[in-house]
Every structure is written in C-alpha cells, then in structure tokens.
Ligand binder design. Structure first.
Ligand code: LLP
Length: 418
C-alpha cells in the first residue's frame, strides 16, 4: 500500500503531481511519501502491540535523515551495520538504547563508538568478534550487551544474493554451535548476554520461512533460559518482502499473527528489523527520457537514471514497474529501458511492455524507496540524485542534487603533480 496514484492522467505523490516535482527539482529524482512510511511503521507497531517490542528500522534500506526522523518521531529504533549508520541514527534522534548492531566485520573503532553511545546490543556474528568485543569493552571498563546471531539454516526462498539464513551463508553462528558459543560468551568478563538474534534473508514473500525459523530459534531461547542465561531480547530480524511485480507477501499483521502465538507466554521483548517493508513502496525514482533508439531489432528507451542511481535491476535482475508520469494513451511498445552508463548491465528494465514515451517525457520507477539511493554511487562521475519528501501538499528537498564539485572535493593532489 502506498500513496503514489494516478489522478486522471497524472501520477501524484500524495497530493502533489509528480510533474510539479520534476519541474522544480529536476531528474533523476527520488520521491518519498511520508505518509506511506508512517503507515508502514504503524502497521508493525499495531500488529505487535499486545507484546513488548521494539521496531528497529534497518538503516541500510534507506539512510536519509528525514526518513530516519519520521521513524524516530514514531518511536522507532535502528538496526545498524556500521559506525556510519550509528552516526546517522543518533543524528536523527534515534535513542541509543533502541539500536542493535549487526554485521560480520565490525572494526575496533566501530565497537568503541557503539560502546561509548550505549547501544541496546551487539548482534555478534562469530567467536572471533565476541572475543574482540570483550577485549575492547575491557579497555573501556565496560560490559558489552550482546546477542549471538544464530543462523537457523532455513531457506528463505528468495534471491541467492539476499539469502542469509542458510548454513552456507557467511552470516551468524551455526545453530548447532549456539550453546557452546553462549557458554563462551558468559565466561567472558566484559560481555553480558542479553539476547538471541536471527535474520534469514530479504524480500521473503511467504510466511513459512519466518515461522520455521522462529520455531527453531525459540527452541534455543527456551534451552538457554533453562540454563539460566538471561535472555531478554529476541531479535527476529527483517526480511518481509513487498510487491514489485505480482508478489503477494504477507503484511506485518499477517506475520505477527503467525509469530505471536509461538512466543506467547515468554518473558521477552521482541526486536524486529524491517527495512524494505517500511520504505520500499514509499519511494519512486523519476527519470527523464533522453533518447529513443532502435538497434539489433530492439527498441531502447534511454533515460537519465542509470545503474548508479538504482542498482537493483543490474545486480539482482530485479523487477520494478515503470510507468509514465503523465499518461498519454499512445499505445504500448516493448523496449529495454536503459541508463546513460557505459555498461551493458546498465538497465532499469529489459523487454518491458511499457507505454510509448517521447523524448523529454518522464517515467516513474516504482518501489524504489529501499536499496535505491542507499546503494547508489557516482560511477561514470554522475552526481548523486536529489531526494524529495512529500507529505500531503507539502514537498521538501531532503537531499540536494550532487554537484561536479562534490565529485572531486575529497581528492588531493600529491606535491609532485602540483
Ligand atoms: N537485518 C539484517 C541483519 C539485515 O542484513 C537486513 C538486510 C535487514 C535486517 C533488513 O532486511 P529487509 O527488511 O530490508 O528485507 N540490497 C538488497 C537487499 C539486501 C538486504 C541486506 N540485509 C536488495 O536490494 O534487494
């Protein structure tokens, strides 16, 4: 569910015609709907209201400070994977005691930063990391709160690049080793065991992998509690999918209905880490048609957004709807929608049946709010796209378009070249 809809021939972002936004801010342009973000966050909050819970938005999906502030205002926490994300979360006013920190390669500097700010817990991914956190906490005379990220060996039935809960993935600690590693953790002087964490993958469109993983992880939680480990938090990760094409993933409410009966009766706080399902459908990428071209028996629509702006089609073969900003009823063509980057892999869609467009007309790439801007780059020396947030009739620039100066501002010229 989102607030990008046609009114007559025109695509609107909430109550603002997208045409108005492209005229004011240019393209490529990311547009986010504030009400959609709020709605998705509240859907989670409502669904779990009968049980103690913290919704830790996964920053990696989209780190824009305006989005983080919307979530912070609604009581959200953060799931982070780097010092940079911790910095952004704190800047946006997310309280440190609602921040959980995952990732297989935390550096000493990042661990120190997290300990200084007093996060809720580290989601630890290996024995080595556990020992390192213990050591760093020791030098700071602190005790680090931790959960172990347990890999439950469940197939999330999603794209292999975004599957994380199988035993062959690099993430977490094998469930068979869990007890041993919890014992190790409890013996470390500067570690305080407070939770269990799992996250099995992303863009999961079925309920069953969540339910199966939950059952496995609850067996472990119960076993740990029997052994007197003080497990207060069960972090069930993120991963709920969104409709890109014709998927019909469960909604947060369906997920809660599947999971809450399983945890019922336990004295525990549920932590969850949704990313895509909060912001995915709350954002679109608007791009201008630069040229039309025919070659090799194919039609190409060449647009001003490339794989550097939205990498998902190139990297995962991901599907995003592409629709006209103003409907023209000129009939349809089948075309590759491609960007200006010098790579054959630079496409937004292949062999796509879309409405005919003319040069200078605008297209909206839908469901681009998650892993769009956050995975973008300056490849081919393309300045970063601008980002706008719409709420009702108001629209605000939340990140100004990058400039040529930005591209070179951090570079330095060695003395022998001056
Ligand atoms: N928690 C952890 C530990 C994660 O690794 C992730 C995502 C999340 C939560 C949030 O998952 P979500 O609710 O967004 O599914 N770039 C890929 C997605 C990579 C996901 C990485 N981890 C894409 O564009 O599809």
């Amino acid at each position: 569910m989102h607030f990008f809809e046609y009114k007559g021939k025109e695509l609107y972002a909430e109550d603002v015609p997208v045409r108005v936004l492209t005229a004011k801010y240019g393209t490529p342009l990311y547009i986010y709907s504030c009400r959609t973000i709020e709605r998705h966050f509240r859907a989670y909050d409502e669904a779990y209201k009968a049980f103690p819970h913290i919704i830790c938005y996964a920053l990696k999906a989209n780190t824009n400070g305006a989005i983080l502030r919307v979530l912070a205002k609604n009581g959200g926490g953060a799931d982070i994977v780097s010092g940079g994300e911790l910095y952004r979360a704190l800047q946006a006013g997310i309280p440190s005691d609602k921040i959980v920190y995952a990732g297989v390669g935390k550096t000493e500097e990042e661990i120190r930063f997290a300990l200084t700010t007093g996060i809720l817990m580290f989601n630890v991914e290996s024995e080595d990391e556990l020992r390192e956190i213990d050591r760093v906490a020791g030098t700071m005379k602190k005790k680090a709160p931790i959960a172990l990220r347990i890999n439950p060996d469940i197939d999330p039935q999603t794209h292999p690049y975004i599957s994380t809960g199988l035993k062959e993935n690099k993430f977490g600690i094998a469930i068979g080793h869990a007890l041993e590693d919890y014992r190790l953790a409890s013996g470390l002087k500067h570690i305080k065991v407070v939770g269990v964490h799992k996250h099995i993958g992303s863009q999961i469109t079925k309920l069953s992998p969540f339910v199966d993983a939950m059952k496995r992880i609850l067996d472990l939680v119960d076993e740990l509690k029997r052994r007197k480990f003080d497990i207060r938090y069960l972090d069930i990760g993120g991963g709920l999918g969104i409709p890109y094409l014709d998927e019909a993933p469960p909604e947060p409410g369906d997920l809660a209905k599947g999971l809450l009966p399983l945890v019922d009766g336990r004295k525990i706080t549920l932590v969850m880490e949704p990313g895509r399902s909060i912001v995915g459908n709350a954002g679109i990428l608007v791009t201008k048609t630069l040229y039309l071209k025919r070659g090799g028996g194919k039609d190409y629509v060449i647009v001003d957004a490339g794989m550097n702006d939205l990498m998902r089609p190139s990297l995962y073969g991901a599907y995003h709807h592409i629709i006209p900003v103003v409907k023209n009823r000129r009939g349809k063509i089948t075309a590759d929608v491609v960007g200006p980057i010098c790579e054959s892999g630079d496409f937004l869609a292949k062999r796509r049946h879309i409405e005919k467009v003319n040069r200078g007309e605008y297209l909206a790439v839908m469901s681009a709010g998650a892993y769009g801007m956050s995975m973008s780059s300056n490849y081919n020396s393309r300045p970063a796209a601008a980002e706008v947030m719409v709420k009702g009739r108001t629209h605000s620039l939340i990140r100004k378009r990058g400039t040529y100066e930005d591209l070179v501002k951090d570079e330095q010229v060695p003395g022998y070249l001056r």
